[in-house]
Design a protein around this ligand. Structure first.
Ligand code: ATP
Length: 300
């Protein structure tokens, strides 16, 4: 996987406030890469430095092999960026906004259709709903077929159905070869969309990996529950000894085993080996949100 974004040792402070404090990132071609973190963790600052919108205090950044501050003009043709809401004047019409940002004059009909804006071409930006405004900003980021697109709080203000539709479109954008860097504080969005992600905390990288890796590493809320068959005796020790198991509770014929997600396969295998699996085996995984909450708790 060749790197589209490579960052080593990025540092950026505002006066005495260190916003980004030594971050490394590598984003591979054709992936959806998430940057996650609480408010103030340094996500926006890092992404602004990566796009050449702010100059870093230290570190090296390459985007498509280019230095974003010294080769900004060349880079602009390769990068799409979601504008902040305030970037468009209220009176500009949808079609005018698209033409303003389109450099190759390629037909934009399909893009407008994809984002549900075909019927709104003459509507001024200020008269669009919040969701339509958001979709227009995403459509603009995807104009001119960028190699990499930066989307900051992609689904802010969208209703649940529009959020899911947006996720599908972003997956399709990735599948057509565009690399997507997604900045978000929504763990469910990152879990649903990202191939890999990095979690920032207080300007540093707290953890990184695929959503499944982070869930396995940090979430301790996986649950295997079952109801024993009549007269079935369960031997608890072999289960309690398994990697990732935190607790085993037996109450009458009900059994609940809790722990880390990676225990699930081992626990099920042991239950099968003991002949304990009846009709009521249930398994639930932790989510990425559980992983993040529990990770913050571990270190906090
Ligand atoms: P959010 O999710 O709230 O957008 P973030 O993770 O994107 O947060 P940043 O906006 O990069 O974080 O902010 C990181 C830190 O830098 C915070 O402490 C913030 O208050 C501070 N900061 C950000 N922009 C500026 C600025 N222009 N001047 C001074 N301090 C700033």
């Amino acid at each position: 996987m060749s790197a589209v974004v490579e960052v080593v040792g990025l540092v950026k402070s505002y006066g005495d406030v260190p916003a980004v404090d030594g971050i490394d990132l590598d984003v591979g071609a054709g992936e959806i890469f998430g940057i996650l973190g609480a408010n103030g963790a340094g996500k926006t600052t890092a992404v602004e430095c990566i796009q050449g919108l702010r100059s870093a205090d230290a570190g090296t950044i390459r985007v498509c092999g280019l230095d974003p501050t010294r080769q900004r003009e060349q880079l602009r043709r390769l990068v799409g960026s979601q504008l902040q809401e305030s970037a468009l004047p209220d009176r500009i019409r949808v079609r005018e906004a698209i033409h303003l940002f389109s450099t190759d004059r390629s037909p934009t009909g399909r893009l407008l259709e994809t984002w549900g804006l075909s019927e709104r071409q003459r509507t001024p930006y200020g008269r669009l709903s919040g969701g339509q405004q958001q979709r227009l900003l995403i459509a603009i980021a995807l104009l001119n077929s960028p190699r990499v697109v930066f989307l900051d709080e992609l689904t802010q203000g969208l209703d649940p159905a529009a959020r899911r539709e947006t996720w599908d479109v972003i997956r399709a954008v990735r599948d057509e070869g565009t690399t997507v860097v997604l900045v978000t504080h929504f763990a469910d969005e990152a879990e649903a969309l990202c191939d890999r992600l990095t979690v920032f905390r207080a300007g540093k990288v707290a953890t990184r990996g695929t959503p499944a890796e982070l869930i396995n590493r940090h979430a301790r809320s996986a649950l295997v529950s079952l109801r024993l068959r009549a007269k079935q005796e369960l031997r608890p020790e072999p289960i309690e000894r398994l990697d990732g198991v935190d607790s085993l509770d037996i109450e009458g014929d009900r059994v609940e085993i809790r722990g880390n997600s990676r225990m699930i396969a081992f626990v099920c295998a042991e239950l099968v080996a003991q002949g304990a699996v009846g009709d009521e085996l249930r398994v639930s995984q932790g989510t990425l949100e559980d992983a993040l909450v529990e990770m913050m708790g571990e270190d906090g």
